[in-house]
Ligand binder design. Structure first.
Ligand SMILES: [Zn+2]
Length: 388
């Protein structure tokens, strides 16, 4: 989903970008205002319809962005990193790096977005009343009044829709944080919230089908589609929780590969490929210079280099330098490592103890560990699961 996006601007260190699908939606929303909604409400030259239609869709997406920024700012105030927000076909999504640590944090984070939308709806609503003027005299709704009324409606809709109690929507997160606060068990709370989310999704699907049979074809299909979307989201979040439960209580030191072959910084890429990778099947190598680990080189780095350059390029030139690597300690919880490995483009994390490289946790190492654990039918966790 992150390919095919352009960077727009940055707010407090958060990169705001737009997926290509968003430009199509921007055009469609502009068109539906310029060609349908606006002409139905007031008389004006075509250029005004188009200009106002475009302005409405831009301000609309800024409102959606403010909703996401509200979530993000609260997350950041609790020490959670938010590297970017992406605008796409359904609106916007903030990439919030880790889950909140405490139930009250999640409650505030989840509520911030809908609160921002309600606030915006109130401001636009007030402006609508201000510009409404005398409806009888103009024979219609003045353009500015129409503009603010739409923005007020849509922001209110956005707040209400997101407050539906279907996890992982905002409302579902608020619900989960309350269950989490009561039960003190985030895993249980997630499963309950996901189950409620599936219930809400099923209601939407049946409501949609019922509407189709009653003749409301377009709205019925749309409601059923939202239901299907909620169902997918609830299912994937309960699957993620199962994964977290399996990882809970385990550490990086348990699953790390210990036999990573060290290679000298002067080794050429050809030598690495033919003498190491093709013979041992290993995919990542710590690079040493004067006895110290100066970085790691992986298949990923090698793929980025043109094959013709392999014989005359030293691994030092293509490695990921140690300073830019995120490392973990052997006692770092696996749930935390999994979050790091999941983040953009990171496939492995070096394990460092007292400044010394001792191993590597890779995506495959975690998957092998999970496979062994489920095949042997080992209990979910050897010790009571800590809240992630
Ligand atoms: Zn939200």
């Amino acid at each position: 989903m992150l390919q095919g996006a352009v960077k727009l601007f940055t707010v407090r260190g958060i990169e705001i970008r737009a997926d290509y699908s968003w430009f199509i939606v921007l055009a469609l929303v502009t068109w539906s205002f310029a060609a349908q909604a606006n002409p139905a409400e007031f008389q004006a030259p075509a250029a005004i319809y188009i200009l106002l239609g475009f302005t409405t869709s831009v301000v609309l997406f800024l409102s959606v962005l403010l909703h996401e920024l509200a979530h993000s700012f609260v997350a950041m105030s609790h020490g959670i990193r938010v590297p970017r927000i992406t605008l796409f076909i359904f609106g916007a999504a903030a990439q919030i790096e880790t889950e909140p640590k405490k139930a009250p944090d999640e409650f505030l984070m989840a509520l911030a977005g809908p609160a921002a939308s309600v606030g915006l709806a109130a401001v636009y609503g007030a402006l609508w009343l201000l510009f409404r003027g005398d409806l009888i005299e103009t024979g219609g709704i003045p353009p500015l009044a129409s503009f603010f009324r739409w923005l007020a409606y849509i922001n209110l809709f956005l707040a209400l829709f997101n407050l539906l109690p279907g996890f992982p929507l905002d409302g579902g997160r608020v619900f989960r944080s309350i269950v989490w606060g009561i039960t003190k068990n985030v895993g249980k709370a997630t499963r309950i919230a996901a189950a409620v989310g599936r219930g809400v999704a099923v209601c939407f699907i049946f409501l949609g089908i019922w509407m189709v049979f009653r003749g409301a074809l377009f709205n019925g299909i749309w409601i059923a589609f939202i239901g299907w979307f909620l169902m997918q989201a609830a299912t994937s979040s309960s699957r993620q929780q199962v994964l977290k439960d399996l990882l809970a209580g385990h550490t990086a030191g348990e699953v790390m590969w210990r036999d990573c072959p060290f290679i000298d910084a002067r080794t050429t890429v050809s030598e690495l490929v033919y003498n190491q990778i093709m013979r041992t099947g290993r995919r990542c190598f710590p690079v040493t210079a004067d006895g110290n680990v100066s970085g790691i080189v992986t298949i990923h780095n090698i793929k980025a280099l043109d094959q013709a350059q392999w014989p005359n390029t030293a691994v030092a030139a293509i490695m990921t330098p140690a300073q830019t690597l995120k490392t973990v300690a052997p006692e770092t919880p696996l749930t935390r490592v999994m979050e790091m490995v999941g983040a953009d483009g990171v496939n492995q994390v070096p394990v460092v103890k007292e400044g010394k490289f001792i191993g590597m946790v890779t995506r495959e190492a975690i998957m092998d560990f999970l496979r062994a654990k489920t095949e042997l039918g080992l209990p979910p966790s050897p010790q009571p699961a800590a809240a992630p």
